[in-house]
Structures are given as C-alpha cells and as structure tokens.
Design a protein around this ligand. Structure first.
Ligand code: NDP
Length: 269
C-alpha cells in the first residue's frame, strides 16, 4: 500500500513541497503520495487526526501551525525543543514524533551548496521571529566566532539570546554600526512586503555571504541591496527549502535524497 504524506498549512496552495517530495521519491525509488492539506485556522488538530486516521504517515507543517504541531507531538528532538516549533511530524505506532528541520536545511545549504564555512565566522541573524528561533540552535552548533541577533524590537532579540545563552548577542540595527560580519542571514519577513531591514552601512566584511530565507523574486530587494553594500556572495532561501525537505524525507523514509537536481529543477521552473 502506498504511504501518504502532506504539507499542512493555511494558506498552503503556494507550497512547493509536493513537487520537491515527488522528485525525491522518484529519485530514491520510494512509493509515496504527497499532497497539500489545507487546515482551517481553528482546526489544525482535527485535520491532523483525520489525516492520521486515514493512514497518513507524516506531515510537513507550515505557517501558522508550527507551534501547534510542537504541542501535538509526543516525542521531540533537541532541535525541535530549541526551536519551540515543529515542521515535521511522523506518526509512529504509539507516538507522534516531532522535529524541526529548518535550521539543518539552512546550515546544509550554506555549508554544502554554497561552500561557506560558518565555524569561526562572525554571523549576523536579522529578525527574532519563529524563523530566527528555528535556525539558531543548528547555527550555533556550527561554532561561529560570534552570533549577533538584530531586531527592530530589541526585547525579542534579547529574549532569544537569553534562551540560547551562549555566544549570542542581541542588538538594535543602529548598534550594528562599526561592526562587520562574514555571514548575514535575513530571517525577517521584510522581503515579503518588499521592505528592507534597516541595516547600517559597512556591515558586510570582504567576501561576506548575504542570505535571504525568502526565495524567488521577493528576495531580490534584499540581495541587490546586499551586493551594492559589499556582500561578495548572495543567495535566496530556495536551497534551505529543498534541504529542510530532504531532512524530513530522511526522517520518514530512512533514505537521504539527492538535492542538487531538485534545486536545479525548481530554479529552472
Ligand atoms: P515572524 O512573523 O515570526 O517574524 C517576523 C520578523 O521579521 C520579526 O523579527 C520582525 O521584527 C521582523 N520584521 C518584519 N518586517 C520588518 C521590517 N520591515 N524591517 C525589519 N524587520 C522586520 O515571521 P517568521 O520568523 O515565521 O518568518 C520570517 C521569514 O522567514 C518569512 O519571510 C518566511 O517566509 C521565511 N522562512 C523561510 C523558510 C525557508 O525554508 N526558506 C523557512 C521558514 C521561514 P519585529 O519583532 O520587530 O516585529
């Protein structure tokens, strides 16, 4: 019998996950069906339970349900705990396993696909929302020289920094003046609105990577601005999307799919 998976969200029709997982499955010779699952804003749990009762084996979880998915899971990985959010659910016989693969996806994209080392580099993370929190643990596990979180609302950055309690500093945008960074990651939702986080001049070190978690045309404003401000390399978040999906696929199927051809196919489309 074919195993069923889905991406659950609201809205969900924009999701590229069905394309990505269908390509992974074909590449790995795995017999799965993967679809989009729209849940009412007040009906996440019911929709998940129905999907599971009908034989569903696992779910990717997207906005706005990642925190609810965390509460639904009965077994959590460390990275899910540190993110306080779950983007991957696996329905096991007696438990619901919850993980967060966003951070692993980001790190893998930067390290393997872009060839940039995070270890011993100065990292600047913009934003202190769910996306920032989700990637902090895996970024810190790479042992950067220092990690600064800059956010419009300083208290949110301070809360995050305290939560992780290691080599993490919270900052306003103005306070960044005079500091340079090797890796700058935009985890704000500014690109969604065609806006720019108010970065002061001179934050990009020579050859720095500027990375926007947003992908496609919406990331252009941030990435063009970064190039003009001296970033040596720029990348959008499509690689992160594919890599976090690969990690989910591995959790479900025990096989790690190849990502390069899938990423190339999505870029070509
Ligand atoms: P949240 O709503 O939780 O947080 C939004 C963050 O953006 C806050 O820190 C907010 O600051 C900041 N912000 C919003 N507008 C501006 C602005 N104009 N200037 C400066 N800062 C701003 O969103 P998420 O953290 O969930 O998502 C952030 C982004 O990450 C989204 O665009 C999402 O698409 C992307 N993402 C990409 C993934 C991928 O696989 N590529 C995976 C997950 C997320 P403040 O606190 O001051 O309001």
């Amino acid at each position: 019998m074919i195993d069923h998976y889905a991406v659950i969200g609201n809205p969900v029709e924009h999701s590229k996950s069905p394309q990505i997982h269908t390509m992974f499955a074909r590449d790995c010779g795995q017999d799965i069906a993967y679809r989009r699952l729209l849940a009412p804003l007040d009906g996440f749990r019911d929709t998940v339970e129905r999907f599971r009762a009908e034989g569903g084996r696992g779910l990717n979880v997207t906005l706005p349900f990642k925190e609810q998915a965390y509460r639904l899971a009965t077994v959590h990985t460390d990275r899910a705990r540190s993110a306080g959010a779950v983007n991957t659910l696996r329905f096991d016989a007696d438990s619901i396993f919850g993980d967060n693969t966003d951070g692993a996806g980001l790190v893998r994209d930067i390290r393997e696909n872009l060839g940039i080392t995070i270890a011993a580099r100065r990292v600047l993370l913009l934003g202190a929302g769910g996306a920032a929190r989700g990637v902090l643990g895996p970024l810190l596990a790479e042992a950067p020289a220092a990690l600064t979180i800059a956010n419009r609302t300083l208290t949110r950055a301070q809360d995050l920094a305290r939560h992780f309690d290691s080599n993490v500093h919270a900052s306003t945008y103005q306070e960044l003046s005079g500091n340079t960074f090797d890796v700058v990651i935009n985890a704000t939702s500014a690109s969604l609105a065609g806006a720019l986080p108010p970065l002061p001049r001179g934050v990009y070190a020579a050859g720095a990577l500027a990375y926007d978690m947003m992908y496609g045309t919406k990331s252009a404003v941030f990435l063009e601005n970064a190039r003009a401000a001296g970033a040596g390399l720029t990348a959008d978040g499509l690689g992160m999307l594919v890599e976090q999906a690969a990690e989910s696929f591995f959790l479900w199927r025990g096989v790690r799919p190849r990502t390069a051809t899938v990423l190339a196919a999505l870029r070509a489309a």
